[in-house]
Design a binder for this molecule. Structure first.
Ligand code: ZN
Length: 512
């Protein structure tokens, strides 16, 4: 540690910064390796604060925590209000099968679902059948009064595809694939007759007199289910993971008339202000020009939002921590945006761009990270004609083993959504998503009940903090603001000239 401090003292001369970018990069790498704070940041955010649903008290705690951390790093940090949202706080939720035998089931109340009475709701469980017409659905609706309804598809196997492929005979695997695809097609057709989606269906059932709704949203890995929000107004909506869900489903279909008890003790807290947490380290030469580090702070609340997107948040925080030590004389302002309500449609980042035209016109670049814990391996040009020139040049300074893995696609295409860099791209600001290796993000952690601390791969997050720190340093040092020239977009399939996307707009209230 001591010799390390000496290295910094030697590096602190601005002459060396100017002359030897490689030395700064080396110091960034060394600081990241020697003094990483990533595990501490992750513990505090993911384990102690936990999930960060828009409008919830935990989201407010997360905002306050971010401001505290950046203040400690010597940044000017603030929570910037941009709207308000229904405030709902998760309580304990339990699901118990009470007939034909007692069993605790793995389930949870969906976000924004109405709570149950203190004693809970106990009723017979019925499974939604396949429909062959709208009339068919309408006549079934008349049978759900007083029942708890299973509305998810019950997959024919709870094993992963990889498991089938590895262990089944070739014919067995083929047969399974055919059955699986056939089931899905039938289910999707049947859903069209309901006139609802899986998120709006509970409302139709509530109107028809059901007393509870159970969904299960299997991701094709054992134990995994996606957990979003509920659209009902009166009755509780729960998610039950596949294994217990299919148990209930089989019993219901075989006429056993299973019963379950739902208890959900959430709280309605009115409305809460929504915020973006913003931290700025003023540029010493060009304080009115900005390099933006972007990662959304909010999450769904089926787990603790570890890889969506605590890893992005702590990557940016660690990058700033490193830069404060290694590059205290940042020429441009480094601005960190930890956005609110990305999950409801990039609302925080869109609001920020709308509210700060003064900042927006002077942004050098935006680095956004939001697709899991993996190391950054893809950077696209977001449709900016000259992105290849400056990003291509900056990437040369990365440690060779990082750089060799990064595939670039220039000029790329501007985003219509997906994550927060799109909010900037739509206003013509050079903003780039730093895309990670998957670590099975889609099936394992994205909006699931298992997006937890243990899924974080810290060595890879460390690598990302280094990459962000290096790219931020170089974007601060670049003599001029980079080109914002856009590509001419291609024509679409009908021969019509495609236009630069402008579909994003912040939603500043939940409308509830
Ligand atoms: Zn995300």
């Amino acid at each position: 540690m001591k010799s390390f401090g000496l290295a910094f003292m030697l590096l602190s001369s601005s002459a060396i910064f100017a002359q030897n970018k490689d030395a700064v990069v080396a110091a960034i790498v060394q600081e990241a390796q020697a003094n990483s704070q990533l595990e501490n940041y992750a513990f505090e955010l993911v384990d102690m604060i936990g999930p960060r649903l828009v409008g919830s008290p935990q989201m407010q705690q997360a905002h306050d925590w971010v401001v505290k951390q950046y203040t400690a790093l010597g940044a000017d940090a603030r929570n910037e209000p941009y709207g308000e949202w229904r405030s709902w706080e998760r309580g304990t939720s339990t699901v118990t099968m009470t007939y034909p035998r007692i069993k605790s089931l793995e389930g949870t109340q969906l976000a924004f679902s109405p709570m149950t009475k203190e004693k809970g709701v106990e009723a017979e469980v019925v499974a939604m059948p396949l429909f062959s017409s709208q009339a068919d659905f309408q006549s079934w609706l008349k049978t759900v009064k007083g029942k708890i309804v299973l509305i998810g598809m019950n997959p024919i196997s709870g094993r992963s595809d990889a498991n089938w492929k590895e262990s089944a005979s070739a014919q067995g695997y083929e047969k399974y694939q055919a059955l699986k695809n056939g089931q899905l097609k039938q289910w999707e057709l049947s859903m069209t007759y309901t006139g609802s989606t899986r998120r709006t269906l509970p409302f139709a059932l509530e109107t028809a007199g059901a007393v509870g709704v159970i969904d299960s949203y299997w991701t094709e890995l054992p134990g995994l289910t996606r957990i979003f929000d509920a659209k009902s107004k009166q009755i509780p909506v729960f998610n039950i993971a596949l294994e217990d869900y299919s148990l209930l489903h089989r019993m219901a279909v075989r006429g056993v008339k299973p019963r379950i008890l739902l208890q959900g003790k959430s709280k309605e807290l009115g409305t809460a202000k929504t915020y973006n947490s913003i931290a700025e380290i003023k540029g010493k030469e060009k304080p009115n020009e900005y390099v933006v580090l972007s990662a959304h702070l909010d999450s769904w609340d089926g787990a603790s939002g570890a890889t969506d997107n605590a890893t992005g948040v702590i990557t940016m925080m660690e990058a700033v921590r490193i830069l404060r030590k290694v590059y205290p004389e940042n020429k441009r302002t480094i601005l960190v945006g930890n956005w609110g309500s990305e999950e409801q449609g990039l609302n925080g980042s869109s609001a920020f761009v709308e509210d700060h035209p003064d900042i927006a016109k002077n942004i050098q670049v935006v680095w956004n990270q939001d697709n899991g814990t993996g190391r950054i391996v893809r950077i696209g040009g977001s449709g900016f004609e000259k992105a290849y020139e400056y990003i291509g040049r900056w990437l040369q300074y990365l440690p060779e083993e990082f750089r060799n893995e990064i595939q670039t696609s220039f000029p790329g295409m501007p985003g219509t959504g997906g994550s927060d860099h799109s909010s900037f791209v739509q206003k013509g600001i050079p903003a780039f998503g730093l895309s990670s290796t998957s670590w099975d993000y889609g099936k394992l952690t994205w909006h699931t009940n298992r997006d937890t601390y243990d899924k974080i791969v810290f060595d890879e997050v460390k690598q990302n903090a280094i990459i962000v720190a290096v790219l931020t340093y170089l974007a601060c040092e670049e003599p001029e603001l980079v080109s914002r020239e856009k590509i001419v977009l291609p024509v679409d399939k009908t021969g019509k000239q495609m236009a630069w996307p402008t579909n994003l707009q912040s939603k500043r209230t939940s409308g509830n």
